[in-house]
Design a protein around this ligand. Structure first.
Ligand SMILES: [Zn+2]
Length: 197
């Protein structure tokens, strides 16, 4: 099974030692966990992958390393288009493509504006509107503005670069905004519903 080995820092054709399949009704399909051995460094790796429903059957996702050094998982509460941008941004960081990562982080933020159908199609004004409508607070607006600046650098052909730490931080900021807006807000609403009933 082809997987990224974090020790070798390369894609390797690992040997499958054991596999397990389980199913959570809240998830889209069965989840397959595999215990693997890297053919080069002989270290153990654990991967996870979904079988996605497709017509009457399933399509198996590419395996993702879940141990050691897993990627951050993106919550299912985050709308699909935004989640895809966050995942792509992570993949760019793992691949050393930092300008592309900043562009994807900016795309995720644009997705938040689109989700709330902000009047302005421009990111800056859209963020102001999200703040006015109390979807985000003052601090998240500041993070959003920084993301917007770097997204502009990333999206336009110029000589400016995005350094690796900035790309990682920008992804952390946009992930925090999405978790605040979609995950924690939903969690709090459910919590309050339970408290009232
Ligand atoms: Zn290895």
């Amino acid at each position: 099974m082809i997987i990224d080995c974090n020790y070798c820092k390369a894609k390797v054709d690992s040997r499958i030692i054991a596999q397990h399949e389980n199913y959570d009704p809240d998830e889209p399909g069965p989840f397959i966990t595999s215990l693997l051995e890297c053919p080069s460094c002989k270290n153990a790796l654990i991967s996870g992958q979904y079988d996605w429903p497709n017509g009457g059957g399933y399509i198996r996702d590419a395996p993702e390393r879940v141990w050691p050094q897993p990627r951050k998982t993106v919550s299912w509460s985050i709308p699909e288009g935004i989640r895809t941008s966050l995942e792509e941004s992570q993949k760019c960081i793992f691949g050393g493509a930092y300008i592309a990562s900043a562009a994807m982080s900016g795309r995720a933020l644009e997705g938040v504006c689109r989700h709330y159908s902000t009047k302005s199609k421009y990111l800056g004004k859209g963020l102001e509107e999200l703040k006015d409508r109390e979807v985000i607070d003052k601090r998240l607006l500041e993070w959003g503005r920084e993301l917007q600046k770097h997204r502009n650098i990333a999206a336009h052909a110029g000589d400016q670069k995005i350094n690796p730490q900035d790309a990682i931080d920008l992804l952390d900021f946009v992930t925090a905004i999405c978790e605040y807006v979609f995950v924690l807000t939903e969690k709090f609403e459910k919590f309050m519903t339970r408290s009232v009933s």
